[in-house]
Each structure stands twice: as C-alpha cells, then as structure tokens.
Write a protein that binds this ligand. Structure first.
Ligand code: ADP
Ligand code: GLC
Length: 472
C-alpha cells in the first residue's frame, strides 16, 4: 500500500459520525486514482466486528506501564472487493474489544495501545507505506512516537499527514500517564505538552509533516476558534492545507439507495421525493401536504442541540410546516425534543437514537434539512441533503460556508443564517417555508442541487498531491 489511514472509525465497520464516512470512502477513491490505500482501525465487539471474517496478519503484546495486553492485527477478508481497499482491524484483548467506539473511562489507554500496535505492526513491514495518514486525536500520538521514540527509529522517515476532523476533541491526559509511551528523549516532552497536559492533537500538529482540515474555511477559522489551541494553529499554519470532504456517491445515491422507499433521479425527483416523504410522514404521523423540515445529527452543543427544541417550537408556531428530528446525545435536549411531540401532534416528531437507514429515508423524504451548528469543520449532512434534493438551511460557519450558497445570492441554492439563536434559525425556516410556497422556484432549486458534484474524486486527488509533496 502507498498510504495507510489510521482511524478510530470507518464506515461500515464502526460509525459515530462523519469521520467514519470520510475514512470509509476516501481510500477507495484514492485507490481508484491509482494511489493504493489501506485502513487500520480498532477491532470493536460490535455487529460488524463479530460478523467479519479475517485472517491474522500480526501478533504482539502491547504494554501500558506494568500491564500487558495481547494484540492481533486482522486482515479483513474481502474488504478490497467490498470497500475498495484493504481493511485491517487491531484486536487488543480487554481493551479495544468492546461494543462502543468511545465513552469508556480508559479511552486514553485504549487508543494509546492502539497507536502503539499500529506502529509495531508497520515496523515489521518488508516494505513500508509512503505515507501514514492519521485522523483526529485518537491517532495524534503517532506522528510524535514515530519521530521521537527510539523503538521506531527504523521507520522514522515515513511522512505523516494529520487530518483534523474536529479540533474541539483533543485527547488530553495527564503527564502521570507518560509511562504508557515508549521510551524517548525526555527533553522533547514539550512536543507533547499543551496547557500542562499531554495533548494528543497539539502533539500531532507539532510533530506531523502536514496537517489538514476538512474544509478550507475551517482552517481559516481555527486560529480564532477558541479551541485552546488557537495560538498553535496560527504559528503552524504554514504546514496546513484545507481540503474539502467529499461524499461517497456509491453509498449516497438516490437512484440506487436500497434504504429508501423509492429511487429517483433529477428527472424523477418530484415523484421520488413524494413517495419517500409519504412513507416518512406515515411512519411519524406527519402531514405530507406540508413542507417537512428535518434535523439529523449528534445532539451536542456543536450542533445547536441545546436550542433545537426551541427552534422547532418557534418555527412550528410561526409556520404551517412539519418538523422531524433524528439524533441522540444530550439527555436534556432529548427530553425537550420528546416533550415537543405533545405540543404539535401530527406536525412534529422525534426519533431518539442512531439509525442509518432512517437517515437515508429522511435525506430523501424531507424538503429542508437544518444545521444550526456553532462550528462545523465540514459537515456531510448538507452534502447528502443536496444530493437527495433536500434544501439545506445552515449557519454560515466552517465547511457549511464553503458548500452552501444562500438563495439571496446569484446562483444560490440554500438558506444561510448568521447566528445560532432560536430567532435566527426560526427566521431561516420561515424563509424556507416561503420558498416552498413559491412552487416553481422550489422545484427548480431542488433539481439544481441534485446536480452539484460533491463527490470525493477532486478531494482524493488533492490529498494525493499533498502526499506527493512530502513522500520520497
Ligand atoms: P459529525 O461528524 O460532526 O457528527 P457530519 O455532518 O460530518 O457530522 O456527519 C454526520 C454523519 O452521521 C452523517 O452521515 C449523518 O447522516 C450521520 N448521523 C448523525 N446522527 C445520526 C443518527 N442519529 N442516525 C443516523 N445517522 C446519523
Ligand atoms: C467531524 C466534524 C464534521 C466533519 C466530520 C468528517 O466530526 O464535526 O464537520 O464533516 O468530522 O470530517
């Protein structure tokens, strides 16, 4: 392989959010472009892990201070055929092999062990990859260990690329856990340090060869984004590049998607969306004659979860529309969204949980998709919405700003708002409702957005060009 992607998530093996979609698709597009890519991720004891067939590629014992864990790298059968690249899964007994990706008390230990096994595995390759591409903080210690730890001197020259999918999560932990890392010259500890802790993301930014953000605009925002690393992002800016995420058009394709009620193309969008909307409205007791405004996502502060119920309450009160939310996260937000169902029976519904199939039905059946994000490194939902002819209503931030143009501008096709407030988002929804009632214009835009090309092809090529700058 030429590049190995290291990630905690990869669709369909394990998905929490967009990271999985990116790592699940980018290597396929790179391989198709002639740059052979592979993925290495943790083995989780989830539905995919339990049913996947694999052979053993490598075995070792990984230590975390005085504790030792048996580790095996699996090569997944048929992954090249099924996903378009080789998938390797790292099984670490009693550490990684659990159902969920994150959320355990010992996540620090789990991901340090994962990163060590990945490097131990690469260390014994007959032919090493040209590039190691790390994604988010769970893999952020790799550039540091590779360049600083004595053990990895033989592979020290492999260039690393680090992609920031979300700079809010940084993988900080106390220097008391320093003994988990392999031996290095302690005078170099400053590379690990940020704000008196070990900070995996900061260490990655300092030690990698190049880092990228998942949209150009997010890269511009980072030096002012109040992540705590603003100064670092400012000083290291010269080695950063913003590369916009794409979408996997094999998975996200309304004309072949098996998870929706009726397939459609630009030509058949009216009847197609109508059929999907009818099913959605039937399932959730909504009125198919009214516009359907939906939200899909993690119910966290980033996504505006704290004001989500307030937004729908105000928007439903002011407009004759339906509302539907699919998501899970903050328990209080979940409670308020559930409560709202009683206030607007027949016009509003909530589905609390994670449901991949339902998300596809919503992209295909909704008329508008809202994303009132406080920040959004790229955002994939708006790209899926566009492809399914669903008009995005987004806050002007991060990758949303790069990918959605307001209908007030020349060539505009979406609705944008500036603030994350109930007033501002509800007003944007009122604009959406007006657009819906301007039937000809609404139908025209719906067709136009389906034609926008947000596929991975261009961005996969941009990554390859970046690799070529630094690889021998
Ligand atoms: P993030 O990675 O910050 O969560 P993105 O917009 O990049 O945001 O990607 C989110 C991905 O997760 C999309 O594929 C979206 O459809 C999916 N998703 C989020 N929440 C849910 C849910 N509750 N059920 C199904 N899919 C979800
Ligand atoms: C992160 C970001 C999201 C981005 C995704 C994939 O989870 O929150 O904006 O689209 O990663 O890069």
């Amino acid at each position: 392989m030429k590049v190995i992607h290291v990630s905690a998530e990869c669709y369909p093996a394990a998905k929490v959010g967009g990271l999985a979609d990116v790592v699940g698709a980018l290597p396929k597009y790179q391989t198709n472009l002639g740059y052979e890519a592979a993925v290495v991720m943790p083995y989780y004891e989830n539905k995919y892990g339990k049913s996947s067939k694999h052979t053993t590629d490598y075995q070792t014992v990984v230590d975390l201070a005085e504790n030792n864990y048996k580790a095996t790298v699996y090569k997944t059968d048929n992954s090249l055929k099924e996903f378009g690249y080789h998938l390797y899964q790292v099984h670490i007994e009693n550490l990684l092999d659990r159902e969920e990706v994150y959320g355990y008390e010992d996540d620090t230990e789990r991901f340090i062990a994962f990163q060590k096994v990945v490097l131990d595995w690469i260390l014994q390759f007959a032919q090493v990859p040209k590039i190691i591409h790390c994604h988010d903080h769970h893999t952020g210690l790799i550039p540091f260990m590779l360049t600083q730890c004595t053990k990895y001197i033989p592979i020290r020259g492999i260039p690393t690329v680090f992609t920031i999918h979300n700079a809010q999560y940084q993988g900080e932990f106390s220097f008391e856990k320093l003994a988990y890392l392999p031996e290095y010259n302690l005078e170099q500890s400053g590379i690990l340090e940020w704000d008196y802790s070990i900070n995996s993301m900061a260490a990655a930014i300092k030690a990698c060869w190049k880092y990228t953000t998942v949209s150009p605009n997010y890269m511009n925002e980072l030096p002012y984004a109040a992540t705590g690393l603003d100064w670092l992002f400012d000083t290291e800016r010269d080695k950063s590049v913003g590369i916009l995420n794409g979408i996997d058009t094999d998975v996200w394709n309304p004309s072949s998607d098996k998870m929706i009620a009726k397939n459609y193309t630009v030509r058949t969008v009216e009847s197609g969306k109508q059929a999907n909307k009818a099913l959605l409205c039937e399932k959730f007791n909504l009125d198919p004659k009214k516009p359907l405004v939906a939200f899909i996502g993690r119910l966290v502060y980033q996504k505006g979860a704290d004001i989500m119920a307030g937004i729908f309450d105000r928007a439903l009160d002011a407009n004759d529309i339906n509302g539907l939310v699919l998501g899970s996260g903050d328990p209080h937000a979940e409670f308020l969204l559930n409560e709202l169902k009683e206030k607007y029976p027949g016009r509003y519904n909530t589905y609390i949980g994670y449901n991949e199939e339902l998300s596809h039905l919503i992209y295909s059946g909704a008329d508008f998709l809202i994303m009132p994000s406080r920040f959004e490194p790229c955002g994939l939902n708006q790209l899926y919405a566009l492809r399914y002819g669903t008009i995005p209503v987004v806050r002007t931030t991060g990758g949303l700003k790069d990918t959605v143009k307001d209908i007030g501008e020349k060539g505009g096709f979406g609705i944008r708002h500036e603030h994350v407030s109930v007033d501002d988002v509800a007003l944007a929804i009122t604009r959406a409702n007006k657009l819906y009632n301007d039937t000809a214009e609404f139908k025209r835009i719906r067709k136009e957005i389906m034609k926008i090309d947000n596929s991975w092809e261009n961005s996969a090529q941009e990554y390859i060009e970046l690799y070529n700058l630094i690889a021998q």
